[in-house]
Design a protein around this ligand. Structure first.
Ligand code: NAG
Ligand code: NAG
Length: 323
């Protein structure tokens, strides 16, 4: 069955309804921009979950419950989804009950009452009527003062998806020719990063740049996207795709690679080594991640299905680094 939507590419952002969203058409870059206010003290916190849509099975409901608990504790501002939202074939259309079964009825905690979206904008208004949390586009920027989020649709980078069309149907409308699309997208991302004055720069994609999990590194991203992120002082690259939790540190730049793709099916059992960079943490089971940002410190934590902290990490930035 062909996925109507290319949901494997969907990069989603959940924003609190109370703050609302404000669409700002940028005059410089092609990427759509959204503004999100921070808390009174200027801090920001959010959860990251990926690869989750299995109608509550494979511990999806357990993870959702703990996200609700931790979300409340950290007073989160929104939730970032790293994609692969509806297994196995995305949504067949706007009437597909999967949307409610895998999203609306699962992430029910108070602290998770946020907005969602989807990479294919044409369905976005209809799905938002079903669940107002939903908001998702292909690639976009969210400015939250202290941090700027650059959502990059990484699927068009992966050559295999253009050559091997047997296993999944991809909707490349508006994307092909691949080469031009990527060239323009990289230009937009680079410009948006260059212009950013945010303290923390966070790039979100579905595919890993570095991973010790099943899929390993995504070579196309290592070659094409990573140099731009490193040249523009990106702090975090956040992704899903591999159904695990991992934290890898670049050895030649400050960038941290964070995989949170353990929203449902996990325990794949095939952990690879890394060719490059340093692995700080790897967990093959289900769970999620939290990020807390303040002016001078970022704190990251990974949790399992019981809400137990598996790994913590923080980095401090000196005041002068903003100058
Ligand atoms: C659910 O989580 C528990 C605890 O990590 C694990 O033992 C179990 O295998 C998981 N179930 C599935 C279907 O992955
Ligand atoms: C960062 O983590 C270390 C331990 O890993 C801890 O000692 C330190 O207090 C933390 N810093 C902040 C600002 O949370």
């Amino acid at each position: 069955m062909a996925g109507f939507l290319n949901n494997s590419t969907a990069l989603c952002l959940l924003l609190t309804i109370s703050f609302g969203l404000c669409l700002v058409i940028s005059t410089l870059a092609e990427l759509q921009r959204f503004e999100h206010p921070v808390k009174g003290d200027g801090s920001l916190s959010f959860l990251v979950i990926g690869d989750w849509g299995r109608r509550g099975t494979y511990n999806q409901s357990e993870v959702a419950l703990q996200m609700g608990r931790i979300g409340e504790k950290l007073d989160i501002d929104f939730v970032v989804s790293t994609g692969d939202n509806f297994y196995d074939d995305g949504l067949t259309g706007v009437d597909d009950p999967t949307f409610e079964e895998s999203f609306t009825k699962i992430y029910t905690s108070n602290s998770l009452q946020k907005q969602w979206g989807d990479a294919e904008a044409q369905l976005n208004p209809v799905l938002r009527k079903i669940d107002s949390r939903w908001l998702c586009l292909r690639s976009f920027v969210v400015n939250a003062e202290i941090a700027e989020f650059f959502f990059v649709d990484t699927t068009p980078f992966v050559d295999m998806y253009f050559t091997n069309t047997k296993d999944h149907a991809y909707d490349w409308r508006g994307v092909s020719p691949q080469k031009n699309y990527i060239k323009d997208l990289l230009k937009d991302v680079e410009l948006a990063l260059k212009e950013s004055t945010a303290k923390w720069k966070i790039v979100v994609g579905h595919h890993a740049i570095r991973s010790a999990g099943h899929h390993g590194d995504t070579q196309e991203l290592v070659r094409q996207l990573l140099p731009i992120l490193q040249a523009n002082n990106v702090d975090l690259y956040v992704n899903g795709h591999d159904h695990c939790l991992e934290h890898i540190s670049s050895i030649d730049s400050p960038i941290q690679f964070l995989t949170s793709g353990a929203g449902s099916k996990a325990w794949r059992g095939d952990v690879k080594g890394l060719n490059q960079d340093r692995i700080n943490f790897f967990y093959d089971g289900q769970g999620f991640m939290s990020v807390q940002l303040a002016q001078n410190v970022a704190k990251i934590a990974f949790y399992d299905v019981f809400g137990k902290v598996l790994h913590r990490w923080n980095v401090s930035k000196q005041l002068y680094s903003a100058l």
